[in-house]
Write a protein that binds this ligand. Structure first.
Ligand SMILES: NC(=O)c1ccc[n+]([C@@H]2O[C@H](COP(=O)([O-])OP(=O)(O)OC[C@H]3O[C@@H](n4cnc5c(N)ncnc54)[C@H](OP(=O)(O)O)[C@@H]3O)[C@@H](O)[C@H]2O)c1
Length: 252
């Protein structure tokens, strides 16, 4: 598939005001795109918008809410029907030992699955009619090396990312079968220095600006799967020696 050019595109970025998402916003504007930034924190959204003037629009939404993704898609269809790209970037990671505290985990499990899996799937499906009107459009879903080999203390997070990996593949196949000009890319993210990874013990984490740049470059090349930094090694290792890959990732 030919690549995706961000120039003059209107791109919806969930979680666009913080972490990797904020760097995506900055770099998309540098590439000549306009950005619809979504997050919960209105102050952070406004601060980022003020840096870019009329190139950035903001929408406050809590994607943990069961109706939020569909309401967001309706807002886009109504207010920004020229949107031609979705980057499903927002996520949370909860660290829980499921061997303890019995049924006290239920609420946290629902929230994490809601933000990381249900909302991005609903958003992709509900926005597809808007995106598919364009000759060429984009859905990019951010997953993780932990979708390939999970870590012990974030079982639900890893399951949501493995779920997004599977969903992305099926959605791509559906779009191709239907003859839609929608590029559906998975971005397999490495360990990056953001709030989400603050509990991870690692000597070195990839800078979020590099992660955003690699992501956009892979999408521009039209890649189905964009493997960021060390995930390229993980991909190979998982093919050659899966048990070693699992062992390395388990305790991260
Ligand atoms: N950092 C890593 O090491 C790493 C590794 C692999 C994959 N990833 C993936 O990379 C993506 C970006 O993560 P990050 O590292 O940039 O994390 P981050 O710095 O913690 O940022 C998370 C983003 O998600 C948004 N968000 C969280 N809960 C939300 C909710 N309920 N509703 C709407 N937005 C919500 C946040 O915005 P508000 O707080 O304003 O709502 C924030 O912009 C995620 O998909 C993550 O799984 C990260």
């Amino acid at each position: 598939m030919s690549g995706f050019d961000f120039q003059e595109r209107l791109v919806l970025v969930t979680g666009g005001a913080r972490g990797i998402g904020l760097h995506l916003t900055h770099q998309l504007v540098e590439r000549g795109a306009r950005v619809l930034m979504v997050g919960r924190d209105l102050n952070a959204l406004e601060k980022a918008r003020n840096e870019h003037g009329d190139r950035v629009f903001i929408h406050a939404a809590d994607l943990a809410h069961p109706d939020a993704a569909v309401e967001l898609a309706r807002w886009v269809a109504r207010e920004h029907p020229d949107c031609s790209a979705l980057i499903n970037n927002a996520a949370i990671m909860i660290h829980e030992d499921l061997t303890k505290d019995g049924d006290l985990h239920a609420a946290a499990i629902s929230t994490e699955i809601g933000i990381n899996l249900t909302a991005p799937i609903q958003l992709a499906a509900a926005l597809l009619p808007v995106l598919a009107k364009h000759e060429k459009s984009l859905i990019a879903n951010v997953t993780s090396g932990l979708a390939i080999a999970p870590k012990r203390d974030a079982a639900v997070y890893c399951a949501t990312k493995a779920g997004m990996r599977s969903f992305t593949r099926s959605l791509r196949d559906q779009c191709r079968k239907a003859g839609l000009g929608v590029q559906v890319s998975e971005v397999v993210m490495t360990l990056v220095d953001t709030t989400l990874s603050s509990a991870a013990n690692a000597m070195k984490k990839y800078p979020p600006s590099f992660a955003a740049a690699d992501m956009l470059a892979g999408i521009e090349k039209g890649q189905d799967e964009v493997w960021i930094e060390k995930t390229k090694i993980l991909r190979l290792l998982h093919r050659l020696a899966p048990s070693l890959a699992y062992r390395i990732m388990r305790g991260r």
